[in-house]
Design a protein around this ligand. Structure first.
Ligand code: FES
Length: 88
């Protein structure tokens, strides 16, 4: 099980954090991963970027997540982190 924390700070909010939360909820539901991925919010991690939203996956902070690169983020970051956690 991993924690995915979407920054709810004002800067990330303006850059589309609610959209990213929605996309993550959809991916989690589609994959039946409700028991594997815990989606929460985080306070500003001080990594506000010029572009996109800050999302912490496990203990790694990822910046610049947008609707456009979301697919890549999900497949390239979230799913591998989940697999790594399952391998223990
Ligand atoms: S508002 Fe999200 S990292 Fe600062």
């Amino acid at each position: 099980m991993i924690f995915v924390e979407v920054c709810v700070g004002s800067s990330c909010h303006l850059k589309g954090a609610p959209d990213i939360v929605e996309l993550l909820q959809k991916s989690i539901a589609e994959g039946g991963l409700e028991n594997e991925i815990v989606l929460t919010g985080s306070f500003c991690t001080g990594r506000c970027n010029r572009v996109g939203v800050t999302v912490t996956v496990g203990d790694e902070v990822h910046t610049g997540v947008t609707k456009e690169n979301y697919r890549e983020f999900w497949e390239g970051t979230v799913l591998p982190a989940l697999r790594a956690s399952q391998e223990g």
